[in-house]
Design a protein around this ligand. Structure first.
Ligand code: ATP
Ligand code: MG
Length: 267
């Protein structure tokens, strides 16, 4: 048995390879000792680690584990998922929306980090909590579905009020910029607030990603990371914003396991 593990800031992603088949599972990073205890029950497994908490996890386990750099592992995993999906891209940008967001150029067989942003899954969780007191990911995602961003976010068309706009009117001019215009006539629900949190996260991630794609001359932006898990609203925001800006978005199923699969492939 081979086990690839990406121990990130929030979640530990585990990819288990047995008989040429992967099975996937994830645990909270706060449960890292429990993951180590489980690994110690399978001492003969070949273990490959990556992610910010890999070295700590390595210190807790009995196996002589392989360790790789997170960015290389993630890229390797993305390549293997793209191959499986018969998606042949030789020049693209990938954006890993984890706790934070890391953005990379890919040219054939190498990745170079283009940059990142502090807007990501961690911001989604923290800002949602500050605004609504909710802290469960599934609850946050479910609540956002019924939200109305129009009373919170200011769009270009709101500023131009029917006049011809120099850029698409549907673009957000100011995230949260419509709040004070509506504060006396609207009440803002938890759903509205969280939908707007997903809005600022999704749009910031997309903006930074497409700027990287433009600088690099790439057509596609590949998005991965657990922030998109069962989170159709965030996916839609990113898809629509990427298309609105004339780039092509691509989501990889199980893409959040790219680091775990990749470090195992690099072993
Ligand atoms: P980083 O790569 O930045 O170190 P990470 O690898 O832990 O962090 P991911 O696992 O890709 O990051 O994504 C973490 C994000 O996924 C969280 O911030 C949250 O928005 C979201 N998420 C999805 N499922 C859960 C869950 N069950 N519990 C907590 N957060 C979740
Ligand atoms: Mg990660």
């Amino acid at each position: 048995m081979k086990i690839g593990i990406d121990a990130g800031g929030t979640l530990i992603k585990i990819a288990i390879l047995e008989n040429d088949t992967f099975t996937y599972k994830k645990e909270k990073s706060t449960d890292i000792e429990r993951v180590a205890a489980w690994l110690n029950t399978v001492p003969d497994a070949q273990v490959a680690l990556t992610g910010g908490k890999a070295t700590y996890l390595n210190s807790l386990i009995s196996q002589d584990a392989f360790q790789s750099i997170e960015f290389d592992a993630t890229f390797k995993g993305i390549q293997s998922f793209l191959d499986e999906n018969n998606m042949h891209l030789d020049k693209f940008v990938f954006s890993n929306v984890g706790t934070g967001t890391s953005i990379h150029f890919v040219d054939e067989n190498k990745q170079i980090r283009a940059g990142g942003t502090g807007a990501g899954g961690g911001m989604m969780m923290g800002l949602s909590y500050l605004l609504t007191g909710k802290e469960d990911f599934a609850d946050i995602v479910a609540t956002a579905k019924a939200g109305n961003r129009d009373i919170i976010d200011l769009k270009v068309k709101h500023i131009y009020k029917g006049d011809k706009t120099p850029i698409p009117g549907e673009l957000t001019a100011a995230n949260f910029g419509n709040v004070l215009h509506n504060k006396d006539t609207e009440s803002f629900t938890d759903a509205d607030k969280i939908a707007s949190v997903l809005g600022i996260v999704g749009e910031t991630v997309t903006t930074v990603s497409i700027h990287a794609a433009r600088e690099f001359g790439a057509e596609y932006v590949v998005y991965i990371g657990s922030s998109f898990l069962d989170n159709k609203l965030l996916q839609d925001i990113v898809v629509n914003y990427t298309k609105l800006r004339n780039f092509k978005p691509y989501f990889i199923e199980n893409g959040e396991y790219s680091g775990a699969v990749g470090t195992l492939r690099l072993m």
